[in-house]
Design a protein around this ligand. Structure first.
Ligand SMILES: [Zn+2]
Length: 197
């Protein structure tokens, strides 16, 4: 619809999650009118994310070093692992201050419709973390929707021969929702009231 660079920008913005064609156009024209300094900061932060942020070699949370801040923290207990879908879920749970263990970020959830199976997630890596026997409890905090429930059921079955305490966050979380959108109090309560599965 537009020429060259402007259309390229709209196309690129439109590929971002949650940005429809109208929003892409609005953002593009906002950027066109913006100060060079503001645009420069945006470009620089995109480049920094690309260059500096990677995934923790232990838990696959976002990290700026070989290991993330949580895995490097000696005050965190080693015997409990909380399994989540995405790094943003780690942030949501950290906000509740209910959890002192470590995380494991799967990188998504099992979804036959989207063709995502256990091999596409960090399931093998989770199993190898559980092998040495130091972990005694697994809290499965996948999203309270169809894919999250399927993933929780799959993991519970997979680890059942290992004799771990496996729990799932309690109800009270909005069903069909996203963990990150739960408020701190609800998520904190769900954590306290987790039940064995
Ligand atoms: Zn980590």
């Amino acid at each position: 619809m537009y020429e060259g660079a402007v259309q390229d920008l709209i196309d690129e913005l439109g590929r971002l999650p949650g940005v429809g064609p109208k929003s892409a156009q609005r953002i593009a024209f906002h950027l066109l009118a913006a100060d060079a300094a503001d645009v420069g900061r945006l470009v620089a932060s995109l480049q920094r994310v690309q260059a500096e942020v990677r995934f923790c070699s232990i838990c696959f949370n976002v990290a700026e070093a070989e290991q993330c801040r949580i895995c490097r923290d000696p005050r965190r207990t080693l015997d409990v692992i909380c399994v989540v879908e995405e790094p943003k879920d780690v942030v949501a749970i950290e906000r509740t201050r209910e959890f002192r263990g470590r995380y494991h970020v799967l990188g998504g959830a099992i979804s036959p419709i989207e063709g995502i199976g256990p091999d596409d997630l960090k399931v093998k890596e989770l199993m190898s973390r559980l092998m040495d026997g130091s972990v005694t409890e697994l809290i499965i905090a996948t999203d309270p929707n169809l894919e999250g429930e399927a993933t929780a059921a799959y993991l519970a079955r997979l680890v059942s021969p290992m004799g771990l305490a496996v729990s799932r966050l309690a109800s009270g979380l909005p069903v069909g929702g996203d963990l990150e959108y739960a408020d701190e109090v609800t998520l904190g309560r769900a954590f306290e009231g987790r039940r064995r599965i």
